[in-house]
Design a protein around this ligand. Structure first.
Ligand code: ATP
Length: 328
């Protein structure tokens, strides 16, 4: 018989004021794998994780955490948690917080190791309330991994981090996986999920709408016949329309700084040639031109019913999905 998964969520239902915010959710997270739980604001990710931590009681369904009940002493001793609001004691210094976190389990990391790993030396004596947002985030991550957990819940672990710190955290998350920890990650950064996740579960309005590897989801839900072009300067609207006519293919649209030509079909190589020729004639210098698949972000947008990227290329408008009010 196969070993049970580190986290087993079965038929989970959570209601607030009679409204189902988690609706019949079933998924697992395995040891030595990074499992991402994605979804728009209000989709039910945090609620699900809070149930797994024993902080909220579901209306029905079961959760097993390393074979134990959520919130039980056995589950808590082997679980690391990084919550969205940090949950850190504001008056304590970084050094005190780390010392406490390392004292909970024999074989835990040392505060010194965590200070080095998360680059916290400069603020060791600083109380939590005086830390910057990113420093607090790094401290919360350090606390989550202090006891070498078998299961780590990381709720938006790199939110608010600068690009260097974000990459440091990604590297530490990969180290957790290498050491056999089951990592459950929520994030709105689709690039983060694409970089890290072995398995992705997409929630929308409390329900699981898709699951698979990032590559599976891209293959199944994102257009695979798209040409992505970046230019030395931003094309004018008239040029974009002319480019569309020259391409004689599917829709032409902006995607952040790039332009997408969609639905190439079997004519892909000819469309690419026509686009390149038209750009040369129009004096529109091409910086990069990439034919092929979409991204996890495109798959996510298709799955959660938000088909267009905004100008910054980011999905998930605040409140999207939260106010839908789909009742039980
Ligand atoms: N204590 C509460 N009382 C009533 N409703 C709540 C409570 N906590 C959460 N909700 C509602 O439950 C739904 C799911 O919220 P949840 O925080 O789990 O979403 P999320 O997917 O984590 O969103 P985000 O990406 O914004 O963090 C939302 O509609 C939210 O308004």
């Amino acid at each position: 018989m196969p070993a049970p998964a580190a986290l087993e969520v079965t038929d989970l239902v959570v209601t607030y004021d009679g409204r189902r915010v988690v609706d019949d959710l079933t998924f697992q997270a395995e040891a030595g794998r990074i499992t991402a739980v994605l979804g728009p604001n209000g989709a039910g990710k945090t609620t699900t994780i809070e149930c797994a931590e024993g902080l909220r009681r579901p209306a029905s369904g079961t959760i097993r955490v390393l074979g134990h009940a959520p919130g039980s002493t056995q589950a808590r001793a082997r679980t690391g948690v990084m919550l969205q609001d940090g949950g850190l004691p504001m008056a304590r210094s970084v050094r005190d917080v780390l010392a406490l976190a390392c004292a909970v389990r024999p074989g835990a990391r040392s505060p010194r190791e965590l200070v080095d790993l998360l680059d916290l030396a400069a603020v060791e004596r600083t109380p939590v309330r005086r830390l910057s947002g990113g420093q607090r985030q790094r401290l919360a991550f350090a606390v989550a991994i202090a006891a070498r957990p078998d299961l780590a819940f990381l709720d938006e672990p790199s939110a608010g981090l600068d690009p260097h710190a974000r990459r440091d955290v990604w590297s530490l998350v990969r180290d957790l996986r290498e050491s056999g920890t089951a990592v459950v990650l929520t994030t709105h950064l689709l690039q983060e999920a694409e970089e890290l996740a072995d398995v992705v579960h997409v929630l929308d309005r409390g329900r699981l709408v898709a699951a698979g590897t990032p590559q599976d989801l891209v293959a199944r839900y994102a257009a695979t016949d798209t040409l992505q072009i970046t230019f030395a300067r931003r094309p004018a609207p008239g040029e974009l329309a002319a480019l569309g006519r020259a391409a004689a293919a599917g829709a032409v649209e902006r995607d952040g700084d790039a332009v997408l030509v969609r639905d190439l079909g079997s004519d892909g190589p000819h469309v690419t040639a026509r686009v390149a020729a038209w750009c040369a004639d129009a004096g529109l210098a091409i910086l990069t031109l990439r034919a092929g698949g979409g991204t996890l972000e495109h798959a996510y947008l298709a799955l959660t019913g938000r088909h267009e990227l905004d100008d910054a290329g980011s999905p998930g408008r605040p409140g999207a999905g939260a106010s839908d009010g789909s009742a039980a």
